[in-house]
Design a protein around this ligand. Structure first.
Ligand code: NAD
Length: 321
């Protein structure tokens, strides 16, 4: 028998979790649960898997559960799961809506001794994997993640929903504490910050400039790294196109620039991510994105959002004087 896995929440993203898990050879898909039972039946019948009438029913038959409900519900759903059993957990990003709720999730999973993986899916992008393998020593990073407006994810600010992907990647690349942050941002359509621009300075001197928007006309996911050894990486997360350059300086000569471009194949990132979760459970090895890393990304994202709100307030006060 394979690893028994179920999915809680089969909306926009959760339906793909259920589909992908059904396709992984080591997995027995035990079914889905959604508080919207009509939605659960629709997805379950399409994928020919079972629908469970409650979280208790699903958890009772699972070794692992994937939680893909709205961010505000992550903590209460996980409390309900752990009141019933101790399954390994795949939890979509962001880990939670507040640091208190994120800490509670870490405490519950640690006490149960289970694997917790957070859904920072960009870590599975082959272009980013290539950058991480090159072990750059970043001096300057520029990240842009822009999306047209849609209702999904608007229960939290854009920094916590979208920019958090780049924050997680930057914290993974730059191995140094944050020294200072300066942020500007504003709500445009929702009551939360919808567009923000953050300047993050690290103690080792690296500077990251990060733009996140959910009110853009076009979708854009770009990431550039300039490192201290004259290397440059420019990644388009969507097309998986990675441009690289290396500058060699010799006394008395013009700078020599070697350039290259790689386009990586399109293996579904969600499949790589969930396969990696299953492999981590079967080998009892740490997941590629731990709960602590999810917590760390949320901590910085919430602070970026707080600074954006603070700068907006200052601007509004100044303009009414
Ligand atoms: P969605 O609103 O489309 O789907 C959520 C589903 O959960 C709905 O079907 C809803 O009925 C169900 N639900 C709500 N409360 C529930 C509860 N208490 N118990 C069981 N089911 C419940 O949302 P979505 O866009 O699929 O997002 C879900 C999560 O996935 C969010 O945390 C979001 O941040 C994350 N997400 C991550 C990425 C990524 O790039 N990794 C992309 C999109 C969404």
């Amino acid at each position: 028998m394979g690893l028994r896995v179920g999915v809680i929440g089969v909306g926009y993203l959760g339906q793909h979790h259920a589909r992908v898990l059904s396709e992984i050879p080591d997995v027995d898909m035990t079914g889905v649960y959604d508080s919207d039972q009509g939605r659960a039946h629709e997805v379950a019948s399409r994928l020919r898997v079972r629908t469970h009438p409650s979280i208790a029913s699903l958890v009772g038959e699972c070794d692992a559960v994937s939680v893909v409900t709205p961010t505000m519900t992550h903590m209460p759903v996980i409390e309900e799961i752990f009141a019933i059993g101790k399954p390994h957990l795949f939890l979509e990003k962001p880990i939670a809506d507040t640091l208190e709720n994120a800490q509670r999730i870490l405490d519950l999973t640690k006490k149960a001794g289970v694997i917790l993986q957070i859904g920072h899916i960009e870590r599975f992008n082959p272009g980013l994997e290539a950058i991480l393998e090159a072990r750059p020593k970043p001096a300057y990073i520029e990240a842009q993640r822009l999306s047209p407006f849609g209702l999904r994810g608007t229960d939290v600010p854009v920094v916590v929903d979208l920019m958090i992907h780049d924050i997680d990647i930057i914290l993974t690349l730059v191995n140094s504490p944050i020294a200072t942050m300066r942020v500007v941002g504003t709500p445009v359509i929702t009551p939360h910050i919808d567009i923000a621009n953050a300047w993050i300075e690290f103690e080792n001197g690296c500077l990251a400039q990060v733009l996140g928007s959910r009110v853009s006309m076009e979708k854009l996911r770009k990431f550039r790294v300039f490192d201290r050894e004259g290397r440059y990486f420019s990644l388009n997360f969507e097309t998986r196109e990675l441009s690289e350059a290396r500058v060699t300086l010799a006394p008395g000569a013009l700078p020599k620039i070697d350039r290259g471009k790689r386009v990586f194949e399109a293996e579904e990132p969600l499949k790589k991510e969930l396969k990696s979760f299953v492999a981590s459970i079967l080998s009892r090895s740490p997941p590629k994105v731990t709960g602590e890393e999810g917590f760390r990304a949320l901590q910085v994202a919430l602070e970026v959002n707080r600074l954006a709100e603070e700068s907006l307030k200052r601007f509004q006060q100044a303009s009414t004087v």
